[in-house]
Design a protein around this ligand. Structure first.
Ligand SMILES: Cc1ncc(COP(=O)(O)O)c(C=O)c1O
Length: 369
């Protein structure tokens, strides 16, 4: 195994699930494990989610759901997003629940199902303001009636998605919530059986208990990340991924020598530079050039010079006591020191989601239970 590893702390993941469970009580939790569980490893994390009481799993693509089914996961799985009817058919074949997003898609899909003598479990997605995917509220009643009158659809849920639940200003999120409440009321005129209404993503789970309905859909908070760089985090979430490497070698340089491509860093005095075998091909962003930090031997050191494809450099100063082979924490904790994924996201102008999704295949995930 290579020198750089991502440790996946399942105890932290379970801790985060338990916090959500305490808040939502007996409403269902759909653990969002799309995109390889935000880069953590979808099969392993999905299994832990199910074993920790999550009643549903959420993925973006049929292929992601199929992977979970192949791993013998039997829990209901919803595929989000807008997909072609042929893909939806594959989803139905793998016992995946499907998102219906328009009358046109519904009609084509229904014909395919009738032709194949198959049935499909579906959720209707309503566009309350994200303006990405979903039935428009004024078309909803027609779509609902078509689903209920169809012999090939089994309606499992109705859902929507917030565009701004992580914003400080709640105005738009509240307007979306209000629209979804109207959809909820309207539906109750038609439905006698139990279906799941769901809307709350991580930010809404932490901010809007009134958005819980029958089920919540946490993603980033399960992994211990903030929904937005400035989101005020009042929950004691624990970071699930820890990224570590080892010092490859130490270069001793004189004062005023440049380090790495394009000479973006010059040594101030004679110093020791640790060369660490991880780079942007591993998902350690090039935007961390002269901005990143690492922890070695319970001390923080700056990442200096341009982040390369396979290497970064850290300035240790003289007499650090570090040597080749020493553990390096790129993000994670050591004693009182911490480098959070949120810190990295902020420094690189992105969100926690992207930081963990970008940790590439080259980094083996080590699952710690
Ligand atoms: C439909 C849907 N629900 C829930 C989530 C989870 O969102 P978050 O990671 O912000 O909790 C996502 C993720 O983007 C999503 O697409």
């Amino acid at each position: 195994m290579g020198p750089s590893l991502a440790y996946i702390h399942h105890k932290h993941f379970v801790h985060n699930i338990n916090l959500i469970r305490n808040a939502v009580g007996d409403r269902k939790i759909m653990a969002v494990v799309k995109a390889n569980a935000y880069g953590h490893g979808s099969i392993e994390l999905a299994k832990t989610a199910v074993n920790s009481g999550c009643e549903y799993l959420g993925v973006a693509f049929v292929e992601e759901g199929r992977e979970l089914r192949n791993a013998n996961i039997k829990t209901p799985i919803l595929v989000f997003g807008a997909h072609q009817p042929e893909h939806l058919l594959q989803a139905a074949e793998h016992d995946l629940e499907i998102t219906l997003t328009s009358m046109e898609q519904l009609t084509k899909f229904e014909h395919l199902l009738i032709g194949k003598k198959m049935k499909a479990a579906v959720h209707i997605k309503v566009d309350t303001g994200m303006h990405r995917v979903g039935v428009q509220p004024h078309d909803f009643e027609g779509v609902l009636k078509s689903v209920l009158n169809s012999k090939v659809f089994e309606l499992k849920g109705i859902y929507s998605h917030f565009a701004t639940s992580d914003d400080m200003d709640d105005y738009y999120a509240k307007s979306q919530l209000h629209k979804f409440e109207e959809i909820h009321e309207l539906t109750l005129n038609y439905i006698q059986h139990d279906i799941q209404f769901h809307m709350a993503n991580s930010a809404a789970i932490m901010k809007f208990p009134e958005a819980y309905f029958d089920m919540v859909r946490p993603g980033v908070m399960l992994y211990g990340g903030r929904p937005g760089p400035d989101f005020p985090l009042e929950w004691d979430l624990k970071q699930v991924m820890e990224l570590r490497s080892k010092i490859g070698l130490i270069q001793s340089l004189e004062a005023n020598e440049s380090v790495s491509y394009s000479r973006r860093y010059y040594t101030k005095d004679s110093t020791d530079i640790a060369v660490i075998p991880i780079g942007y091909a591993d998902g350690y962003s090039r935007a961390l050039t002269n901005k990143g930090e690492v922890i070695i031997n319970d001390k923080k050191y700056p990442v200096v010079g341009t982040v390369c494809m396979d290497m970064i450099m850290a300035d240790l100063n003289k007499n650090s006591g570090c040597s080749a082979g020493k553990d390096v924490i790129l993000f994670g904790e050591s004693g009182d020191l911490k480098i959070s994924i949120d810190d990295i996201a902020k420094k690189t102008g992105t969100i926690a989601y992207e930081v963990t999704c970008n940790i590439s295949k080259r980094i083996p995930r080590i699952h710690l239970y």
